[in-house]
Design a protein around this ligand. Structure first.
Ligand SMILES: [Zn+2]
Ligand SMILES: [Zn+2]
Length: 249
């Protein structure tokens, strides 16, 4: 199932972004919100409606996973049709995969409680914040992961510093690759930085793939292509599907 290439969930048209917030009615729940994007037919879908089913899938799949590699967990969950090409569900996905891999690598946490907390915090982080706030939600999600495992609060000392350092590292790596935004590229980058940071600062060694390879290039109209470190042979899903079906070119 396609994910509408990051476009309108109602009609599939490309989204248009505004510089200033506008009051709009969600085309699904019909509540009024201020938002920054709609398609040219005026469809607007609120963050809650956009991510509702995806969040359930994230918590369920992470709760069952035995993998120690957060990137592999993220890639498996991204196959769920309710995890769209882009969207605020990635703000929960990154941290949830990290919590899962951390527990599976020997980290002492109550995973069910941690995942519920991750869902609560990550779903409070709005879509589009990368471009509008200057702080990508995938990076913030990595910071939330460190905050949850170190039990940081605004009054903590070292956990407070570690959580903010984690977000900063992930954000710097994400920014270094340049825009436009890609929730896949940003998620992989934040998870990779979090594995390195956690090994060094928290003494838990999660795993990473030898090479991270994205399978979503052809679903992203703004894919950087060869300028993305995760782009490569097999990245075009349609080509892979054709080969698997015996139609190799
Ligand atoms: Zn539309
Ligand atoms: Zn809604």
């Amino acid at each position: 199932m396609g994910r509408n290439e990051g476009a309108c969930l109602i009609c599939g048209e490309a989204l248009e972004y505004f510089r200033e917030a506008q009051e709009m009615e969600c085309s699904i729940c019909h509540k009024k919100y201020t938002g920054y994007a709609s398609c040219r037919h005026g469809h607007y879908v609120c963050d809650r409606c956009h991510e509702e089913k995806g969040l359930g899938a994230i918590v369920e799949q992470c709760g069952k996973s035995t993998l120690k590699n957060p990137v592999s967990i993220i890639q498996a969950v991204m196959e769920n049709p309710y995890i769209y090409m882009h969207g605020p569900e990635h703000h929960v996905l990154v941290g949830a995969a990290l919590l899962t891999a951390y527990r599976n690598s020997g980290g002492q946490i109550n995973l069910d409680a941690a995942l519920r907390e991750m869902e609560s915090r990550g779903s409070g982080y709005p879509g589009g914040a990368c471009g509008l706030w200057g702080c990508c939600g995938a990076a913030a999600s990595a910071g939330m992961f460190v905050s949850i495992v170190t039990e940081a609060t605004p009054l903590s000392s070292k956990p407070w510093a570690l959580s903010n350092q984690m977000t900063a590292r992930a954000l710097d790596a994400i920014a270094g690759l340049g825009g436009p935004r890609c929730c896949k590229r940003n998620s992989f980058t934040a998870a990779k930085e979090a594995v390195l940071f956690t090994r060094k600062n928290l003494g838990i060694a999660m795993e990473l793939p030898e090479k991270i390879q994205c399978g979503f290039s052809n679903e992203n109209r703004q894919c950087l292509g060869k300028n993305c470190p995760y782009y490569g042979p097999g990245t075009d899903r349609r080509e892979t599907d054709l080969k698997q079906a015996g139609f190799a070119r």
